[in-house]
Design a protein around this ligand. Sequence first.
Ligand code: ADP
Ligand code: MG
Length: 285
Amino acid sequence: MTEPAPAYLGIQGLSKVYGTRDGPVRALDQVSLGVRRGEFLSIVGPSGCGKSTLMMIAAGLVPTSDGAVTVEGRLVDRPRTDLGIVFQSPVLLDWRTALGNVMLQAEARKLESTSAERRARALLASVGLDGFERKYPQELSGGMRQRVSLCRALIHDPPLLLMDEPFGALDALTRDQLVLDLQEICLQRRMTVLFITHSIAEAVFLSDRVVVMTPRPGRVERVIDIALPRPRTLAMRDSPEFTGYSRQILELFLARGVLREPGQTPGQTPGQTPDRTPDRTTVPA
Ligand code: ADP
Ligand code: MG
């Protein structure tokens, strides 16, 4: 075993409690993890386990209740500008073209316009939108709109990309293509990516490591190294290695009652699954 590289993005003892009309809601409980520089790290977990909260805290957009987030050792205590964010909804301006929407980010950052536009066009071409630069969002498909939002997030060449279920609203085929496109983009740049998803297959396909979260309050249930060669291909999804990783994550959800097999009552673990004594890969809560 080699020594792990120091964390680029460090999350230490992070807890978040929201005050609501019905009393406090604990969204995250003592989450600690480190994302290495250049790593693609996914977080999978059931709805409501605090994934979006974790991402918003990492971006400096939501304050913590306890614990800290650091980037290269520096505390994140305000909104960060040196990152790209992609949400499930592309959030494009209807009155701006595809190119205009990508350029919005360049304008906000006061990037030199000629080189920014060249870059925006190259980015759009790299995700298959060559020839669509002058189209308005309503003239684009859902997948195309999400591609535009990815280009907008990348125009300033951020070292860190945060993605919150970016493909969640897309049909399966479009989703597969976007996953492949994202992999290609990540192979070309040395970005660090924090990718949030509830798709086990997507997480295994894209990641160097997958963090599996518990139901709310979200804790780190397990961190799984995905030792599949790159580039990964769609055909690899049927390989025993790939299905083995998917099964491992599925078993964690079954054990927590996040998913239930037919005949399994809530809270009961399936009979065929082994004893769940935490092993050395389990991160203590
Ligand atoms: P996920 O992204 O995993 O679905 P979220 O981070 O969106 O989870 O939410 C985690 C929990 O925190 C949920 O119970 C949600 O209702 C609650 N929550 C999220 N944002 C707020 C907020 N601004 N105010 C109050 N409760 C919130
Ligand atoms: Mg969410």
